[in-house]
Design a protein around this ligand. Structure first.
Ligand SMILES: [Zn+2]
Length: 368
């Protein structure tokens, strides 16, 4: 077995499953087959496909509101095919695989699959494949995640462009931290971390992916609600402070983590919108230097200065980065600057037209 991060993550799960699954004694390679069952359940198809596409399989932290969605049907079929078991025994074994993955909080990060441009070529096909693994009831798929609710067209897709995500974040008034995000970014050096690890509890809501649907009396979903991480966090340059109890110095990193909220009732009240708005911007901190505390460098090896710096303009309420191409599609200047450039271009073109016309008139005059 290769030593990819995914196979390291699955190793203890596979080690346990080979001891509890009804694998025949003469089976050629129990570990390899069990890895196949895990990938069938995760929706990453196979260890080979997961490695080829670098699919984001993650261990979610405890206490995180997380909805695992596993592919029971594919798991049972693969168990039946590779172990030669009858249906009921394969179903029972599939349930064991899913319970083990669930209790270890291991899942496919579908929020990243949905948002990350590196998956652009495989996204639609893969989400379509995942859809077939969902339970099908009363003529429709029954999703429990926002991404699958979007893929199954139960709810609309949010505008995933950087301009839209940052625009929503900058409009959000702040109630629980010192100023809104525009003011925080204007005040201190801040950076954008795109697709931070879901296993880090301070950044995990960037991968939030939850759908709650109710079936109304007419058989239609009429109270759909979904929460979806926006796939990024803003981190402020750390500031040093002292633990009042021990007097020990530490660096405090503050994170601002936005996520979308979809609410069908809100969407119906605002038919001109797609129904998605900011659900919350969570404010989290890492105190680097505290005994037994998390160190950011464990998760972000290059440190925050390896990330693109984000800027804000309080005049036009824009967020943007100055490093072109650091994050494809990210605005690299504020709206005032764009407006000034458009105005300068228009003025130059008017001046050119006037000069051109004056030249024509002069040549007309000289021709007479
Ligand atoms: Zn501006």
């Amino acid at each position: 077995m290769s030593k990819s991060p995914t196979s390291r993550l699955l190793k203890p799960v596979i080690a346990k499953l080979v001891t509890i699954l009804p694998i025949p004694e003469d089976h050629k390679d129990p570990l390899a087959s069990t890895a196949q069952f895990c990938h069938a359940a995760l929706g990453s198809i196979s260890p080979e496909k997961a490695g080829e596409h670098k699919l984001p399989i993650e261990k979610y932290p405890p206490y995180f509101d997380w909805c695992p969605e596993y592919d029971f049907i594919s798991t049972s079929r693969r168990i039946s095919r590779l172990l030669g078991l009858p249906q009921q025994q394969s179903d029972d074994a599939a349930q064991l695989v899913i319970s083990e993955l669930g209790s270890n909080r291991i899942g496919l990060n579908k929020a990243q699959l949905f948002l990350d441009p590196t998956f652009e070529n495989i996204r639609d096909a893969h989400l379509g494949f995942l859809l077939k693994g969902l339970p099908f009831e009363e003529g429709r798929y029954k999703p429990t995640t926002a991404t699958m609710a979007i893929a199954s067209k139960v709810i609309p897709k949010p505008d995933t462009s950087w301009a839209s995500r940052l625009g929503l974040m900058s409009k959000q008034p702040s109630t629980h931290f010192n100023g809104n995000v525009l003011e925080i970014v204007a005040r201190s050096k801040c950076y954008v971390w795109s697709f931070p690890p879901a296993k880090l509890s301070e950044t995990t809501t960037a991968s939030m992916d939850i759908f709650d649907g109710w079936v109304g009396s007419g058989g239609e979903y009429d109270r759909n609600r979904a929460s979806l991480g926006m796939g990024f966090v803003i981190i402020a340059e750390p500031w040093g402070s002292k633990d009042p109890a021990t007097g020990k110095a530490h660096d405090q990193y503050n994170f601002y983590v936005p996520h979308w909220l979809y609410d069908e009732r809100y969407a119906k009240l605002r038919p001109d919108s797609d129904g998605w708005r900011v659900g919350n911007i969570l404010d989290k901190s890492i105190y680097e230097g505290w005994p037994n505390g998390t160190k950011l460098k464990w998760h972000l090896h290059g440190g925050i200065r390896s990330l693109p710096q984000i800027k804000s303009c309080l005049k036009c309420s824009s967020l943007y980065i100055e490093r072109a191409n650091a994050l494809p599609g990210m605005p690299v200047t504020c709206k005032c600057h764009v407006a000034a450039m458009v105005a300068a271009k228009a003025a130059a073109s008017t001046a050119y037209d006037m000069g051109y016309r004056a030249g024509l008139n002069a040549s007309d005059g000289s021709a007479i």
